[in-house]
Design a protein. Sequence first.
Lengths: 259, 358, 70
Amino acid sequence: MTTEGKDRFKKRVFSRPKSLVDVKTHFCPGCHHGIAHRIVAETIDHFGLREKTIGVACVGCSVFLYDYIDVDVAEAPHGRAPAVATGVKRAQPDKFVFTYQGDGDLAAIGTSEVIHAANRGENITVIFVNNTTYGMTGGQMAPTTMLGQKTSTSPYGRDFRKDGYPIKMAELLAPLEGTAYSARVATSTPAQIRKAREAVKKAFDMQLKEMGFSIVEFLSTCPTNWGMKPVEAQKRVLGEMSEYFPLGVYKERKQADFV
Amino acid sequence: MSLATAAAHRVLMKGNEAICVGAIAAGCRYYYGYPITPQNDIPEYMSAHLPPIGGTFLQAESEVATINFILGTSASGKRVMTSSSGPGISLMQEGLSYMAGSELPAVIVNISRSGPGLGGIAPSQGDYFQAVKCGGHGGYRMPVLAPHSVQEMYSLTMLAFDLADKYRNPAMILGDAIVGQMKEPFEATPYVPAVSPEKPWALTGCEGRPRQHVKSLYLKDNAIEVHNWKLHRKYLRMQEEEVRFEDYRLDGAKIAIVAFGTAARVSKTAIQWARKEGIAAGMLRPVTLFPFPAAQVDAVARLADVVLVIEMNTGQMLEDVKISTTFHDKIRFLGKPCAMPTPEEIHREIRKLAGRAA
Amino acid sequence: MAATGRIEIDFERCKACELCVPACPKSCIEIGVKINLQGYAAAVFARPEDCTGCAICAEACPDVCIEVWR
């Protein structure tokens, strides 16, 4: 650790956000959960929401949300976070409620819950981390696993005749009337990280303005289960993943449709 | 039927509706549910009666979603209820296990129909195992209350909210299609809170305090073992403090029926007929199926010649009766799965056991 | 070129994922040789003289190991 120039450069321009707990994370080296968590914490700080936020954690590598973000957190069963978040938001409409889910959680077992929460226009924000695999359990095939991708339960590569195509959740949720904001971002370049933060800010703003359901899908890496080094894994996001799962804003409500 | 009217008079209502009146009297302002026969009166009543008093009703897309709405609202520190029937309660098992592990209160109503599977809409007591032994994973218990009258549908619902909050645990009302659908007059007695409404553990936003969480995951060291013993001690306290039962004409009874819910209700008529003919029949009616009145069953078995277990299933509470006493040779069983036994059938059985001519 | 900023990398927190290395537009960061307590050869601020304090390395780091000053 260098201390050169300590006297010259006094203005700190980057540090840990206040809402991000100062602990080592269990995430693998290069896992984008770290970046997504930081962006969520930065946005909570930006809007001054920490003391009125209730997060809903799910099952997967993201299960330890309550150790990393300094807010009240409820643990939901696998996939059920949007339903638990509905229960929290309906009971406490003045609080800020978000979920943080992986692709197995949101696009497999929890598809019904997220679609219906979006359809009802629940004023919650869903942070959806898509790394095309079930990370925590050792890299099994996920609904977002790409064609040809070898995983521990698709050892011959995903075949659309057997398992269908990967599912595009940001697009699927956008047409629902209740969806106020649906966007897909990535965090594999500095510019993407900045854009991701803007999207999360937009999503949070939708909830604060009671415009309806908001979701930001993060294309992320899973270096360990992809069998790639982190820098290589980012290239996969920038290449084949971004081609199939295009980045962009799929829905952005301009004004509230109700009240 | 307005609540103001209900509070002032004896009310004539369906059992299902009486549950709703009891819930609202106990301060429940959140109800989530999904349609299933034979309990649709409950979501329908709540959908009409909660909004005018500032309550929240939400019809969920499934019972899976329902129990998770319940989890979120309970974690927010509010009294909340849902209702369903067997197949829907099956879908809720995951959520109930999570709520038991996370120590979250709620009232869960099962208006039992026939099973297994789609079964039918005839009444049954086939969900005893699911309710009492707890159908979700991991090993937990819930207080289970078994009403046998519309009055009890009202009063036991209020008690269920208190038990749920006292123990920070889901509590269940185990009814059936008969007691749910029948209409009887009942007294809408005022609710007297038995527990403090304070819930410092609730997730209300961490203003002025450190962050809290509601979870059931314990990975470090032996924390999960410690947690299981903690939950177990809670269930032991329930067994010590919350047993409730009815002694129905057990004085000098040589034939002692053990039955709950509608089976018990019908048995009362048969016992009255039997007593008129000089047969010393009576009944121990568990009101709490968990905690089970084991000591009372043993005491009755000691004194009676015959213990006749009557259930609308093929023998579930029967096992708990056997566990409660060593007098197994005295135990007889009359089962009527997926149908209501008639007073005539029960009376005939009592007479047979009493050695009377057919 | 004179530096217009500086960073500090938390040696023990780093997992050597190497994402900061190509992220830095001035190639100021390298993977080091010393191993930290987690078992990783942590990243080091190898060329402080070229640092502009742009903070791109800090943005890229998933473990919030880097603080930046200008």
